[in-house]
Design a protein around this ligand. Structure first.
Ligand SMILES: [Fe+2]
Ligand SMILES: [Fe+2]
Length: 195
């Protein structure tokens, strides 16, 4: 197990740009902090976090080729916004190259960018940690980190809300999963408040 982790880290150190590699390690530390807090399997969270951006070094054209190789169905928004491709392809790559078969790990990698209507605790931890790890240079990251230490669903709402705002400001397409996360978590939090 330890050897596999070392192998993965070596691979990432070699392939990713240094800033991306630092981001990955910071997501790992952040996600493991949340996993400890919410009593989620640390082994799953560590692997999902380390591998979440494992194809970020591959350019868009090759990613499109890989999506065909892995028979991944891309939706229209993913086709128009290749930055989204690395999540679904990253999961298949992790299976193919590192022998990851645990669906909890693979789904967390798949869902880390857009989120999804239904998300497990591992998914949520990675989605939030990727957004708020301390090396992120936007102001709101620190706030989200603090919120996540108190309530993970409230942090989820902040992440989805900020992604939507940023995408509107940047004039880029919004993936429907991001809206689904926003709506689902908002309803859930309202229900919690009513109790
Ligand atoms: Fe990513
Ligand atoms: Fe990331």
């Amino acid at each position: 197990m330890k050897r596999r982790l070392e192998q993965i880290k070596e691979f990432l150190r070699e392939k990713l740009k240094p800033t991306r590699f630092e981001h990955v390690l910071s997501v790992r530390d952040t996600a493991m902090n949340f996993a400890t807090k919410y009593e989620v399997d640390l082994r799953k969270v560590e692997l999902a976090a380390l591998l979440h951006d494992c194809v970020k070094w591959i350019d868009d054209k090759i990613l499109i080729e890989l999506s065909k190789k892995y028979q991944i169905k891309l939706d229209q928004i993913e086709k128009e916004n290749p930055a989204l491709l690395h999540a679904k392809i990253g999961a298949e790559y992790a299976k193919d190259h590192f022998g990851i078969t645990d669906p909890d790990i693979l789904n967390a990698i798949r869902n880390h960018t857009t989120g999804a209507k239904r998300m497990s605790l591992v998914d949520k931890i990675l989605y939030v940690a990727d957004f708020c790890e301390p090396k992120r240079n936007y102001q709101v990251a620190g706030d989200v980190y603090k919120i996540a230490e108190i309530d993970l669903d409230s942090a989820m709402l902040e992440v989805a809300r900020n992604k939507i705002i940023r995408q509107i400001e940047d004039n880029v397409l919004i993936h429907p999963n991001t809206i689904d996360v926003y709506n689902t978590v908002l309803r859930l939090l309202d229900k919690k408040r009513e109790k």
